[in-house]
Design a protein around this ligand. Structure first.
Ligand SMILES: [Zn+2]
Length: 460
């Protein structure tokens, strides 16, 4: 029993053990990610047009197939580069004690600028400074990757519509929104940890705080944040609007309106979804999803009956409460993270491995260390399980649309969306299982086909 207690207290864990466990963990995770990308790459280069059925080939004639294949290969190579960049970044932070340097700098900032009254809790002020420094450094370090992705990779395949000015505006807006949301959250989290006392209380109060924040952000995002980036205008009157209204009435969806988002301002990718809470839900459709809705579009977009089939699929996510189920499943990860933090955050070796001197264990950097490093090998498998769940939700939503009689339109809509988004039809099964939130095109078409047959038999 004493051995077990000693193990739980982690007294045996020295600074160098933590350091090497983290290095080994990061390298294992990196190798696994690269292996997944390599498998995906092998599938991409070896797949050929003749492997597709004649029905799918109608949407992927040779020029489109070749273009989507090149896009998939280039994106995969980019992901591999991002993996290397991420590993180097994490190793540099660990080896050169970046968190300690940043934490020391917060003291200099507070003392020199004098904006934090000395009677207030210094930890809270320094933690908010730390969060801002970290966000600023991350923006700078990620900038070359982000610029390459937007202006080279996406632009090469016709998906970037953002001008340099809009790109900069988006980045600055995102930065300040992040600060406005993050700083009060950090301050409250530090306050909660300090006031809570024991590990169980820390987990419970942090979790309750997270749930409240999730509800506030879910409600506030469509009202406050989303309109900062895009214009949301009511869908024009016509057959499409009438069909969507009739569909929402049939399934009992509490709709407050159908709006079109001007996604073509930034990207050529198309989508449809619903947002809002309770009876204030709105269906949102990308302008690029509807054929001929905007000028240009190069023949991209779906016919009206195909858009309605896609909306039927989206309504299934509401009907079966997939969003709520997803949030509930995510609570497991959140509680796990807070639990690990509550147990480990007063263990000195963890801080010393990151360059902190003995006895210095600041809460916010500790949370980052535990979340980004110690839980890395646990969070990744959980993300895989989450992807399995969301893929199952997609099949369920397709089944719902088929049962409403949209089977044929859904099939053609899915193929057209894959074509318009240059989504390569072939995926490696391991990569897809671990990293894709949606099933591959071919798996999805097979499932829809089975559902159509079942539905036809039932209604005969
Ligand atoms: Zn879906």
């Amino acid at each position: 029993m004493q051995c077990l207690l000693r193990a739980m207290e982690l007294e045996w864990l020295s600074e160098s053990m933590v350091y090497w466990i983290l290095i080994i963990g990061l390298v294992i995770e990196f190798i696994f990610e690269m292996y997944l990308c390599y498998r995906q790459y092998c599938v991409q280069v070896s797949s050929e047009l003749r492997q597709l059925s004649s029905e799918v080939r109608n949407y992927f004639p040779m020029p489109i197939f070749a273009r989507s294949k090149n896009y998939a290969i280039d994106t995969n190579k980019f992901n591999m580069y991002c993996n290397v960049h991420r590993l180097v970044k994490l190793l540099v932070v660990l080896h050169y004690g970046y968190y300690y340097t940043a934490w020391r700098f917060t003291k200099t900032l507070i003392d020199s600028l004098g904006f934090w009254p000395s009677s207030w809790d210094e930890d809270i002020g320094r933690s908010m400074c730390f969060a801002i420094i970290e966000l600023s450094v991350t923006q700078v370090v990620q900038l070359p990757i982000s610029i390459y992705n937007t202006f080279f990779l996406e632009a090469r395949y016709g998906f970037n519509e953002r001008s340099a000015k809009l790109y900069i505006t988006d980045k600055v807006t995102c930065f300040f929104i992040n600060i406005v949301i993050r700083c009060p959250c950090v301050a409250l989290a530090i306050y909660i940890v300090k006031q809570s006392g024991g590990a169980t209380a820390i987990v419970f109060y942090l979790w309750a705080f997270t749930v409240v924040m999730l509800v506030i952000l879910s409600y506030g995002y469509p009202l406050v944040i989303a309109p900062l980036y895009n214009d949301y205008t009511p869908l024009r009157d016509g057959n499409l609007k009438t069909s969507i209204q009739s569909l929402t009435t049939t399934v009992g969806f509490p709709m407050a309106g159908v709006v079109v988002v001007d996604s073509t301002r930034r990207s050529g990718h198309s989508n449809a979804y619903y947002m809002g809470l309770f009876s204030k839900k709105k269906i949102v459709i990308s302008d690029s999803l509807m054929k001929g809705y905007t000028t240009g579009g190069d023949g991209k977009g779906l016919e009206d009956n195909e858009v309605v089939a896609v909306i039927a699929h989206e309504l299934a996510h509401w009907k079966y409460q997939h969003t709520l189920k997803g949030i509930l499943i995510a609570q497991f990860e959140i509680i796990l993270a807070f639990g690990a933090f509550a147990i480990l955050h007063e263990h000195p070796s963890i801080y010393q491995a990151f360059g902190f001197p003995r006895g210095m264990m600041p809460i916010w950097p500790g949370f980052k260390i535990i979340l980004w490093y110690l839980l890395l090998l646990v969070i990744q498998p959980l993300d895989t399980l989450m992807n399995q769940r969301t893929q199952a939700f997609e099949y369920e939503a397709d089944r719902f649309a088929v049962e409403l009689g949209f089977g044929a339109n859904l099939k053609s809509a899915v193929m057209k969306m894959f074509e318009d988004n240059l989504s390569f039809p072939f995926r490696d099964k391991w990569y897809s299982a671990c990293r894709d939130s949606h099933p591959s095109l071919l798996n999805r078409l097979d499932a829809i086909e089975i559902e159509i047959r079942n539905h036809t038999q039932r209604t005969r």
